[in-house]
Design a protein around this ligand. Sequence first.
Ligand code: ADP
Ligand code: MG
Length: 328
Amino acid sequence: PTTVERIAAGEVVERPASVVKELVENSIDADASRIRVVAEEGGTEYIRIVDDGIGMSQTDVEAAVEKHTTSKISDIEDLETGLATLGFRGEALAAIGEVSRLTIRTKPRGGSRGTELHLEGGTVESVEPAGCPEGTAVEINDLFYNVPARRKYLSAESTEFSHINDVATGYALANPDVAVALEHNDRETFATTGQDDLEATTLAVYGREVAEAMLPIPDDAVPDGPLNDLHGIISHPETTRSSPDYLRTYVNGRFVSAKTVRDAVVDAYDKQLGPGRYPFAVLYCELSGAEIDVNVHPRKREIRFAEEQAVRGQVEQAIQAALLDHGL
Ligand code: ADP
Ligand code: MG
């Protein structure tokens, strides 16, 4: 790849956690019911994502590592009407491949032939038949080996791993029906059951102490407005934190960062319990696609709403109602 291409790749791939994000999204898009994330040394040496999704044929996988190839958009209208899948730009695999040594082993569901493809700095080195289970395994070795400036700016192993953990727990909570497991330096960090149970998933991800202190948001807590539904769990005031970092927001199933929602929750706690107490929360918001502006920046998780103030008011009222409902 040229320098320009490597810089472009660096936009998508900032750090090991961005690799994990893209690959986990691909696994979810591929209808996986199990996803295992394995990292070594904060992901800087090694990352592997294994799924039991639909897999790829040899032709599919050869196309998948090309730039701007995606199987997820057939019509430009899809872009306007809202997308069911998480990825649609067809750039992630190619970009990751350009700045690492990448191996994909994959077999289509119900297919008889598996394929192993190896990329080195974006160049296809080999494509061979391989015996492998249905689904896809993507392995990344030596991330940024050919972009020394990027490699140099990676943080300490523990920091890089905490970003990976953040991404993995984020997708695990967004998809309680998918069994997500994370392993770092040969130790399993967490593993969810995939049984579509938010409380069990919270327990697996955050541990017993937090899980037991979570309060569900009652069904009828959201007043009318652009937000059609808000459900999830919030923490009991005794388990509040000193920063709002433990607030996770999902909008239409996407793990996002939404300042509007965060501010509304913080305000509700503030009014109800006094300042400086930030909740642990996992919130699932549903709105019509027209109410969301997801394209603030394609790589950022931050999203905005068409009617920011209305959404903010709805969230705040729902959280206050939930706290009141639990006698707080
Ligand atoms: P995008 O997700 O935007 O389509 P990517 O570069 O992430 O672009 O992936 C390119 C294509 O490779 C996808 O459209 C999909 O067809 C295929 N693909 C990637 N990962 C997987 C996977 N885990 N299982 C099945 N197909 C995959
Ligand atoms: Mg993708």
